[in-house]
Design a protein around this ligand. Sequence first.
Ligand code: NAD
Ligand code: NA
Length: 396
Amino acid sequence: MIIEPRMRGFICLTSHPDGCAENVKNQIEYVKSKGAINGPKKVLVIGASTGFGLASRITAAYGSNAATIGVYFEKPPQQGKTASPGWYNTAAFEHEAHQSDLYAKSINGDAFSDEVKKTTLDLIKADLGQVDLVIYSLASPVRKNPKTEVLHRSTLKPIGGSFTNKTVDFHTGIVSDISIDSANEEEIENTVAVMGGEDWEMWIDALKAENLLAEGALTVAYSYIGPSLTEAVYRKGTIGRAKDHLEATAFTISDKLKDINGKAYVSVNKALVTQASSAIPVIPLYISLLYKVMKEEGIHEGTIEQIQRLYADRLYTGNEIAVDEKGRIRIDDWEMREDVQAKVAKLWEESTTETLPNLGDLAGYKSDFLSLFGFEVDHVDYKAEANEMVAIEGLV
Ligand code: NAD
Ligand code: NA
């Protein structure tokens, strides 16, 4: 069928299989062009189908010839109805990997559940024996705790007072003020339950209990900090509390991995357009200004450039892994550069509906957003019939 973008609010209801496949191939080519990384050999990626997790899987496979198992939660296609983009991304990745003689299998389901953990553990046992890297890259608005059966919902709110600032509706380009009420204790706790480190620790406990982590295994989860402009709604808000918890969990996990010389890290990544980040108020305006400045400076990166650099320049250099004063890996170093942030802050002041198209990279934002769903990707013929019923070769 002919597939076009159909927008509803912050999401796109359709996705294009050929555009998603092209994005994956471009990411593979990028990693290959940067050369071999003396990296992991057997990798589990939790949250492997889009964003930073997909880039982590591609970098492991094509930077280090790693066997990869991906866990994700995506909607399969139905006749006449497209799958969610992570489905098509995974289908394309696994097809390419198999062509390249790389092991690649995946599990589609709720990573927070005991069932999906068990299926994954069984697959590792049967096929890989052990893994030497576990990437934890989930972004979800809800989590059912498998022990208590409580369904937690996250919120994106400030803490300790309401917050008003500028935001942009990136579909219309309209810049307006947004006020967000302060979160209560329950909302904070729920957000920490969804996006904090509890589930990460459950995964590592389960893997360790069955001796599925290799000697010296690493596990890495992703965090964000960002500038003072966004801190009320991000780092000092409910999601920031969850990230504090995630970062603290790295130390708890590292303690538990001492006997196998393993270690847990949090990597602080750059702000990027993903399905997760486009739903956060204020962030899209910040990202459109940040893109403009970083592109002008020639230091703009997407998820694949970020993760390739994370593996090559941080995790697998052969030297000790460099961390900040809180033990975190910083790959947001270029975003957080003083000159970059000073320029963004100035542009922020000047941004209005009228000025933003010139001051910010709204066009880049929009096209990155559509590209997440496989639209507006170069070399894809959108007028041609596309096959929506794409299967994932390695789906367990
Ligand atoms: P994303 O939405 O692109 O990816 C989320 C992944 O999680 C997908 O593979 C999805 O299928 C999977 N997932 C969601 N719920 C699941 C569930 N219940 N079971 C199994 N899989 C599930 O998001 P992203 O932006 O790549 O975020 C990944 C991590 O990176 C998050 O921790 C996020 O906070 C962090 N991060 C994001 C940014 C940014 O700007 N986007 C910056 C720094 C850090
Ligand atoms: Na991800």
